[in-house]
Design a protein around this ligand. Structure first.
Ligand code: WTA
Length: 572
């Protein structure tokens, strides 16, 4: 399939020419922007906040916070004081020491961000949890990591089985009317009394910063450990890929429970000294547009699932808001359907830039830059300083246009340091030739653009043809009746597998046999006969993770009556 690249829009980009940057770039050159390159004293929270608070950016807004009840702003100097208070409370009353695991389990509020930054300043490894996690998910993570301190709310406390977690010494509660007792302490009260000065605990490059639990298709979630030196890539990718510049108002919609919400919701923007927007509460299309219009958001980083929901909410709603401040829009988390890119061009007059990376990789690796022509449906090209390839199961590099394992040459700064308590699992990611193997299936075209096909386990073999579920799903959502689609291979005695599609319809459409057949024909004509789903099942909603990924393995398990595996990251 030949896809025309959308040309570059002229602009003042941080990355002048992709090709040139690839030639001359070295990660070690980036280090000179950080104060530790001169002082030898390293702490990612110091670099993200204090460095700016002690500079000309002192009174610049670091954080605009918005939810239904609160509308607040904090300068870099405010952020320094508040995170220092949190660090003082955590060390004095939580006995937090270098390397201890401090978990946060609470909604997005300014206090969550003060706590995360304060914990990092106190030398802790921060484990962020989605507020929607249920008891089992909370317990698994706190137990596996031997968390010493938890910061949560009285409401969420019901889901923390603390009497079964012997390592958990202190629990800070954030809320009103908290009664302190035993290991329970009132965070706000203690913070009000705390000093605004704190000398950060200085770290080594390979000391722990973040512990993000992520689920594979089977077994328990694994703890991906990231270290302080990852800031080098957080900084550089936010500069080049997010294209963050001094005057930007940047909004990343992700929760810190997901790696996007820490790396690009905290470190990426603040390491660049940029104004960051954080919105609490639930997703509502109307509110989202209001945030952009009222704060004048210029750079916006979100996910395909959110864009598809906005698309479903209709174009009329977009027109009710002045979104002309937007300069650059990006997406991550799952494949970005070309249809969504076209919609973005129509309603925002912006090309949504896809970015590919994983919890394990710690930062963006394959991206569409603003300074590069983008091809809708492709995740882009490896960033300068990163080498990617498609390899076979032995680690041999495959030629263009062949589907295989998406692999990255070892040696980028934000790579996970290990899997917590599971070195063997960490080692299992690598193949001969020093390739990190992502578990994604993809191909590269002649021009070096990468095209996602599915997780390796999701690729379908039907009548001898390899079909990536994403291609079929993308075609399906082009049909006007289809809101979302998930595609799986279903074992079939004749064809090996047949393609089965699960579809959620858009508002106003009804399930009929005619519609089902029409959708089938639509894929057949638009893609290929062998790619048309032989079976279609309509659902009100598709199973998705909190970061918006369609859970094909759950669809498959339902279909085949198999165990669904770990569901802790599934949306309600
Ligand atoms: C998928 C997300 C296609 C992919 C920061 C990857 C994507 C997994 C994209 C990692 C993209 C992420 N196009 N697929 N742009 N971005 N994925 O750990 O399967 O939540 O391996 O990290 O999401 O998901 P994770």
């Amino acid at each position: 399939m030949k896809v025309e690249a959308l040309p570059i829009v002229p602009g003042n980009y941080q990355l002048p020419s992709y090709e040139e940057a690839r030639e001359s770039f070295s990660w070690s050159d980036v280090e000179s922007v950080f104060s530790w390159s001169m002082t030898g004293k390293m702490n990612a929270a110091y670099e993200a906040i204090d460095r700016h608070a002690l500079s000309f950016r002192k009174n610049k807004v670091a954080l605009y916070y918005r939810d239904e009840n609160r509308s607040e702003s904090y300068t870099f100097f405010d952020m320094m004081k508040n995170s220092n208070k949190a660090a003082n409370v955590l060390t004095q009353y939580g006995n937090v020491e270098k390397g201890d695991r401090v978990f946060v389990f609470m909604p997005r509020t300014p206090e969550l961000y003060f706590t995360i930054l304060g914990a990092v300043k106190s030398g802790a490894i921060v484990g962020p949890l989605f507020e929607a996690f249920m008891e089992g998910a909370v317990k698994d993570r706190l137990e596996d990591s031997d968390a010493k301190v938890l910061v949560t709310t009285p409401e969420l406390m019901e889901r923390v089985p603390y009497d079964q977690l012997p390592a958990l010494e202190h629990i800070f509660l954030v809320g009103d009317g908290i009664e302190e007792e035993g290991k329970f302490l009132d965070l706000n009260k203690r913070m009000n009394e705390a000093s605004t000065s704190f000398e950060p605990v200085w770290m080594e490059k390979t000391d722990g910063l973040l512990l993000h639990y992520t689920s594979g298709s089977t077994g328990k979630p694994k703890g991906v450990l990231h270290v302080h030196q990852a800031m080098v890539q957080h900084y550089q990718t936010a500069k080049w890929v997010l294209d963050l510049q001094e005057e930007d108002i940047y909004w990343c919609t992700a929760d810190p429970g997901w790696v996007t919400g820490t790396v690009y919701g905290i470190f990426g923007p603040w390491l660049n000294g940029v104004t960051n927007v954080i919105v609490g509460g639930r997703f509502k299309p109307e509110n989202w547009y209001k945030v952009i219009a009222s704060l004048g958001v210029t750079v916006w980083y979100s996910a395909p699932t959110a864009f598809r929901m906005l698309m479903g909410a209709g174009d009329a709603l977009v027109k009710e808001h002045d979104l002309s401040s937007l300069r650059h829009v990006l997406s991550v988390g799952e494949p970005l359907n070309p249809e969504v890119v076209r919609w973005g061009m129509k309603v925002f007059n912006k090309r949504i830039h896809d970015t590919w990376w994983m919890t394990e990789t710690g930062s963006q690796l394959i991206c569409n830059y603003p300074s590069m022509p983008i091809k809708p449906g492709s995740m882009g090209k490896p960033i300068p300083g990163v080498e990617a390839a498609i390899v076979d199961d032995q680690g041999n590099v495959l030629p263009p246009n062949r589907m295989g394992n998406l692999a990255i040459k070892r040696g980028w700064p934000s790579m996970m340091h290990t899997i917590w308590n599971n070195e063997a699992k960490y080692e299992s990611y690598f193949m001969p030739g020093d390739w990190y193997v992502s578990g994604d299936s993809a191909y590269m075209d002649e021009e070096g653009y990468f095209w996602f096909q599915g997780r390796i386990d999701d690729v379908i073999m039907t009548s001898g043809e390899r079909v990536g579920p994403f291609e079929v799903e993308s075609k399906l959502v082009e049909h006007p009746a289809v809101a979302e689609a998930g595609v799986i291979g279903k074992p079939d005695p004749v064809r090996g597998e047949i393609i089965k599609a699960f579809i959620a319809l858009r508002e106003g459409y009804e399930v009929t046999d005619e519609l089902s057949e029409e959708i089938r024909q639509f894929v057949k004509k638009g893609l290929a006969a062998h790619a048309a789903p032989r079976e279609i099942e309509f659902k009100d909603k598709l199973p998705k993770t909190r970061s918006g990924k369609i859970m094909r393995r759950v669809l498959k398990a339902w279909e085949l009556d198999l165990p669904t595996g770990d569901l802790s990251t599934m949306e309600d």
